[in-house]
Design a protein around this ligand. Structure first.
Ligand SMILES: *Cc1c(COP(=O)(O)O)cnc(C)c1O
Length: 549
């Protein structure tokens, strides 16, 4: 029996030989073999840094590691996924694979992302247009009605929709796919990470396809990496329309780096933060009379106003670019959620000024041959706390520091624990200290000093001075060599590393009977001392007569 994919594909595509992804043509890293097959230049590129090391060679057409990583990230099999140069490229591939010029059509639900119609026109495919309702809601019946007789080869459903933020209920997408068995229904989930609806990747198969991208949620727009997720047979046919080496090696390397295990908690924290910032922006902008309605969905707001052109101009005059498409989405403008400072600049155009002091936040990645660490700290929020050092007891200790310190801490490390905990323990302390120092910024208004005393039979005392000068003193000893995988020898070392990288003075004194309690006492007391030192009072002055800290 002839399959759906075979039935819908262009005859020219069916006539092409299948792509052999395993053979990887001339480009695969093939160990020690001498590569005289691909007319590459034998010399290393004249670019500093190891990331560009093998750029003189062609990349793998579909790098096994990248395909596997993306499949794991999105929850599908590698055979269901084709990595593309951004998901834009996947849209183009699909249209070129399935639409016979002059004969076939695609369907879209306007207003929506402009690339679908653009690539269709380049291919000579017609564009059938359904619309969101007047209230910019998604109407599945109207979409089915627009497509049922026209039988477009592809229907693009952007969910949540760009630019309106309109979510499409996954049940609607599935119902549409059932109602249109001769159309490939493509859910473009470019912003799904910011939405409250689940991804359709688990349902992919038959005529349901999904597009994903690393451009929006993972901050890799410039790397140009996205993918098509579909039935393996569709993947195979689409791959025939792909250029031989679609993905630049620099982008492949950057992507694998950015999506490494220890980076993921930071991505989750950033996504949650962007969503919270988006909702906070929306709630402040609701007070602005000229804005009639605000829709949110992705990492952006769609503002409906009486005169969007004038608004776009006013923002442009303030040096802020936003998206206004008078033909496609005439009633509104789309504004992306930016950094705290960028958002404040945007709010200022609407006469909304900030009364609170800027947030004290820091993010840091620190990679060596021994450890790879990612940290985010927010001194003005107490949540989230997510700590993955690879050593359970150390997680617990750093959680105590953040909880008692009253700050949000996201920290993950991939380290050479198979050798010894030493590298991880020390490097994490250095990274944490550096992030704390960075988050403290100019230190205006802080308490600067701190001290504390706790717990049971143990007396632990930590004094700190966020002075800008590193000094550490540890007074105490442990009888057991380790507590929960953390060598007790490392405890004084952790405080020294923190003092060095935070540039502060830390004095620790601990006595008692139980080593577990003693270690825990030190970290809790340190957290409490930090809380006092970090805290900001009413004043904005620098707590130093010297005028610098
Ligand atoms: C941004 C965007 C894309 C394209 O992203 P790439 O950078 O090409 O991966 C796809 N679809 C929609 C709806 C978008 O907004």
């Amino acid at each position: 029996m002839i399959s759906l994919a075979q039935r819908l594909a262009r005859p020219e595509i069916l006539a092409l030989p299948p792509t052999d992804t395993a053979a990887a043509a001339g480009g695969a890293p093939i160990g020690r073999s001498i590569k005289l097959d691909a007319n590459e230049n034998p010399f290393a590129p004249l670019v500093a840094g190891s990331i560009a090391a093998s750029v003189n060679r062609y990349p793998e057409p579909q790098p096994v590691a990248l395909r596997q990583r993306l499949a794991d990230l999105y929850g599908c099999a590698p055979s269901q996924l084709w990595a593309t140069r951004g998901s834009d490229d996947a849209i183009d591939l699909l249209i070129r694979t399935f639409c016979v010029p002059g004969t076939d059509s695609i369907a879209i639900v306007e207003p929506t992302f402009s690339a679908y119609a653009q690539f269709a026109r380049v291919q000579g495919a017609r564009v059938i247009s359904a619309r969101l309702t007047d209230d910019l809601l998604f109407d599945a019946e109207a979409v089915i009605a627009a497509c049922v007789d026209a039988k477009p080869k592809l229907l693009f459903l952007c969910t949540p929709n760009n630019p309106t933020g309109t979510p499409v209920d996954p049940a609607d997408v599935l119902a549409i796919a059932r109602a249109l068995p001769d159309t490939l229904v493509v859910a473009d989930e470019a912003y799904i990470e910011f939405a409250d609806t689940p991804s359709l990747v688990p349902q992919v198969g038959g005529n349901l396809l999904v597009l994903r991208t690393l451009s929006k949620a993972y901050g890799l727009a410039g790397a140009r990496i996205g993918c098509l997720i579909a039935d393996p047979e569709i993947i195979e046919l689409a791959s025939r329309a792909s250029p031989p080496y679609p993905l630049p090696s620099l982008s492949i390397a950057a992507t694998l780096d950015a999506l490494a295990a220890e980076r993921m908690p930071l991505h989750a924290e950033r996504i949650a933060r962007l969503k919270a910032d988006r909702d906070a922006l929306a709630s402040r902008l609701r007070a602005v009379p000229e804005i009639q309605s605000i829709r949110t969905g992705g990492n952006f707001l769609f503002l409906e106003v009486a005169d969007p052109a004038a608004l776009a101009q006013r923002l442009a005059a303030a040096g802020i670019r936003l998206r206004f498409r008078p033909n496609a989405a005439p009633g509104g403008v789309r504004v992306t959620v930016g950094t705290e400072a960028e958002n404040a600049a945007m709010l200022a155009v609407f006469g909304l000024t900030e009364t609170t002091r800027p947030g004290r936040r820091a993010e840091l990645v620190r990679d060596t041959k021994e450890t790879r660490i990612a940290v985010a700290i927010d001194l003005d929020r107490s949540e989230p706390r997510s700590i993955h050092t690879g050593i359970g007891f150390y997680d617990h200790m750093l959680d105590q520091v953040a909880a008692h310190g009253g700050f949000s801490l996201t920290l993950a490390c991939t380290g050479d624990l198979e050798i010894d905990p030493h590298h991880s323990v020390e490097d994490i302390a250095l990274a944490l200290g550096a992030a704390l120092r960075q988050a403290l910024g100019d230190k205006r208004g802080i308490g600067r000093f701190g001290f504390a005393l706790p717990m049971d039979e143990v007396r632990a005392e930590v004094l700190i001075d966020l002075s800008g000068r590193p000094f550490s003193k540890f007074d105490g000893h442990f009888d057991t060599p380790e507590v929960g995988g953390l060598p007790t020898q490392m405890v004084p070392h952790i405080f020294r590393s923190l003092a060095d990288s935070m540039a502060c003075a830390i004095h620790v004194k601990v006595e008692g009977d139980n080593d577990h309690h003693k270690v825990e006492g030190c970290f809790k007391a340190f957290g409490r001392a930090l809380r006092m030192g970090l805290s900001v009072g009413g004043s904005d002055t620098l707590p130093s007569t010297k005028g610098v800290l």
